[in-house]
Ligand binder design. Structure first.
Ligand SMILES: [Zn+2]
Length: 471
């Protein structure tokens, strides 16, 4: 007895795209079969005719219920809000951050996150471990146990991002020490890489020049900074044997550094963001142009094109959001390059925008679309094949894209906060159905999921991905 047969869709599997039937039993996919071949009794047949059927999206970069820089006691949107919007947008797994810092070790950080997520989420979830500042040796020595506990990815910052803050950047010695431990225990480094010397110098110079309003953001967070910092991290990775995933690649130099490192056989991976491939620093010039901002910064049209080329050619592996959902009022409150709020409320729009911009406009194959929105993040972060695949044995996380949807996005298309930089964006194709572990959670524009049904998913990364460039 099957619970569901999904019939008639164009199904994107690890073995190719075809008109297969999908059998779902309990939380799992149990069969991908020729049309009509599933003859057992079934609870319900779901007609997917005309739809593209893909694995649920994996959002590899989300800051949920996170402290907001420069706004003490204020947090980004909580798990229930972000996960609900994610399901509407075809994303079924979110990767948040457990933040270690002064007075809190990694296990305490994970406990804190469990307290925020458990019983709250509509989608499945896990956390990267974020290590802040100069990381104490006692914390570094926890890394093997943390990896064994199912949290094998560790984020560090090579910059404080803003002036007059001192608690974020890890100096190179600490980064290398973390890399040694992470490499030895089959973990992955997640790096926000910018050159802090350059960033801090440029802030000071822009202030001295009286060009400190937010429209100059890309002059503080520059291509040169990304270039130099990426290469420094890649050299440290080569010395220590660590695998690195660069978050929010924004510049053509970042793409190039990753490409060269992979050419040398190093396990280096890159992420970009759907706002980075859709907007440029010119958008900062608009009256409320700070709403487009995510750190490091939007760059030029040439960079935007290089990000697309990198994504299409495989130098960049994931399309993420850097989810950081605030109200519109908070997002546009800061007016200088020192106090604007970064991040993007885009977990909901990520899959649909990538479909329109990648598949429809740039001829990205459906397999590659699934790779950059789901499979690659699942593989790299150790969720695969439970997540990121339509295959027997995988979780029945199943999304339909309706390619006949042609619309201009309006606020009624969004299910979180009171603004979106995607309002007014024209899309061709949009997620219309979402199943999470065998339960229909979005259908006919309505939420059917239940708060608290999202689960923490333990992770383990395939060591092959950590020793050479795969994906
Ligand atoms: Zn981030």
């Amino acid at each position: 007895m099957l619970d569901y047969i999904i019939r008639g869709g164009q199904v994107v599997t690890p073995g190719g795209v075809g008109g297969w039937d999908i059998g779902v039993q309990g939380e799992k996919i149990v069969a991908i079969a020729e049309p009509g071949a599933l003859t057992e009794q079934v609870g319900r047949v779901i007609d997917a005719s005309g739809k593209i059927v893909i694995p649920g999206g994996v959002e590899p970069h989300a800051h949920v219920a996170a402290p907001i820089m420069g706004h003490p006691n204020t947090e980004t949107a909580p798990p229930d809000q972000v996960s609900r919007a994610a399901l509407f947008g075809g994303t079924t797994t979110l990767v948040d951050f457990a933040i270690q810092g002064p007075g809190r070790d990694i296990f305490q950080a994970i406990e804190e996150r469990n307290g925020r997520w458990k019983g709250q989420s509509y989608a499945d979830y896990t956390y990267h471990c974020m290590l802040l500042g100069d990381i104490p040796s006692e914390v570094i020595s926890q890394i093997p146990q943390v990896i064994d506990a199912g949290f094998p990815s560790f984020k560090v910052f090579t910059t404080n991002i803003r002036p007059n803050t001192h608690d974020r950047m890890a100096r190179l010695g600490h980064v290398a020490a973390v890399m040694e431990e992470v490499a030895a225990a089959n973990g992955l480094m997640i790096v926000h890489a910018e050159d802090d010397d350059l960033v801090q110098f440029l802030y000071q110079r822009l202030q001295n020049q009286g060009t400190y309003d937010w429209t100059h953001m890309h002059k503080a967070h520059t291509n040169m900074s990304e270039d130099i910092s990426f290469r420094r991290i890649i050299r440290a990775a080569e010395w220590t044997g660590a695998a690195v995933y660069f978050v929010h690649v924004s510049a053509k130099e970042g793409v190039q550094a990753i490409r060269e490192a992979r050419g040398k056989g190093l396990p280096i991976y890159g992420e970009t963001l759907h706002n980075y491939v859709s907007f440029t620093a010119d958008d900062y010039q608009k009256a409320d142009g700070m709403k487009y901002h995510t750190y490091p910064s939007l760059k030029s049209e040439e960079d935007r094109q290089a990000l697309w080329t990198g994504l299409l050619k495989g130098d960049i592996h994931t399309m993420a959001t850097d989810e950081y959902c605030t109200s519109y009022a908070l997002k546009v409150e800061g007016k200088t390059i020192e106090n604007v709020t970064g991040g993007h409320n885009g977990a909901e729009t990520r899959v649909g925008i990538t479909y329109t911009e990648g598949v429809v406009k740039r001829g990205m194959s459906l397999e590659h679309f699934v790779n950059v929105t789901s499979t690659n993040a699942a593989r790299l972060l150790g969720l695969y094949p439970r997540k990121g695949a339509l295959a027997p044995g995988s979780d029945a996380d199943i999304v339909f894209i309706d390619p006949t949807v042609h619309k201009t996005l309006s606020m009624s298309d969004f299910h979180i906060t009171d603004y979106s930089i995607w309002e007014g964006w024209e899309v061709h194709g949009w997620p219309v159905f979402t199943m999470l572990r065998g339960k229909i959670v979005v259908e006919n524009g309505r939420l059917a999921g239940v708060q608290g049904s999202g689960m923490l998913i333990p992770r383990k990364i395939d060591s092959d991905l950590l020793s050479r460039p795969r994906l």
